[in-house]
Design a protein around this ligand. Structure first.
Ligand SMILES: Cc1cc2nc3c(=O)[nH]c(=O)nc-3n(C[C@H](O)[C@H](O)[C@H](O)COP(=O)(O)O)c2cc1C
Length: 202
């Protein structure tokens, strides 16, 4: 599955005057005439709920100038608990939905025409209502993100008794590796997820 190539995007929506967004890699153009795209969004994402309510969204195309802070902000935190746009520059598109204008090379505005229930996720199929180029920077691929943007797992070593096999735990969200007995209240230093999101490496 790692051989499949993707782009990376900030999917944004507005509901009841509140703007939010999340990182996705699941944008695809599904037809040319009419010009339609699909995005596949986890039902646990607040952005999923907001799109189901409003029926419109924007997709900002992340480019190779973006740094990890964009992913931390939109990909590892939920808009249920914080305003992701509070410390981030953005502009509002003609459809009234903000788009990210820093580290992005284009944005696409969309109106939902149908939804597909995929169990854990919803696939939104949408008409493209506007598409605006912002710069000539190259769009970022998932492979570029893994090679150049995502922090490499830093191994933290606890002083261990050599006679005891040292435990290793990996963060299911960002790949950070912790060595030693994982404290119950441990918080991943990279993506801020808790001990419940770690799996022990055998
Ligand atoms: C590189 C990357 C790619 C992601 N791709 C998707 C995706 O395609 N679909 C999805 O539902 N979530 C995806 N996520 C996870 C969401 O961005 C993440 O759960 C986000 O915190 C949800 O925010 P929200 O609750 O404010 O909507 C991705 C995260 C990262 C870091």
């Amino acid at each position: 599955m790692n051989k499949i190539s993707y782009g990376l995007y900030v999917l944004t929506a507005v509901n009841c005057g509140f703007a939010n967004g999340c990182i996705i890699n699941t944008l695809a153009q599904v037809t040319v005439s009419p010009n339609r795209v699909s995005v596949t969004v986890s039902k646990s994402n607040f952005t999923n709920y907001m799109i189901r309510q409003s029926g419109v969204f924007n997709v900002s195309v992340i480019d190779e100038t973006a740094d990890f802070s964009l992913f931390e902000r939109f990909g590892f935190a939920s808009g249920r608990w914080e305003n992701k746009f509070s410390r981030r520059t953005c502009e509002v598109a003609e459809n009234g939905v903000p788009y990210v204008n820093d580290g992005t090379c284009a944005y696409i505005s969309c109106r939902v025409v149908s939804t597909v229930d995929l169990g854990t996720h919803t696939m939104f199929i949408a008409d493209v209502t506007d598409a605006v180029s912002l710069s000539d920077s190259a769009p970022m691929t998932y492979a570029f993100y893994h090679a150049n943007v995502k922090p490499k797992p830093a191994v933290r070593t606890e002083k261990a008794d050599d006679s005891v096999k040292t435990e290793k735990w990996v963060c299911n969200i960002c790949g950070y590796v912790y060595e030693g007995s994982l404290p119950e209240d441990f918080v991943c230093p990279i993506c801020k997820h808790g001990a419940g999101d770690f799996s022990r490496i055998e």
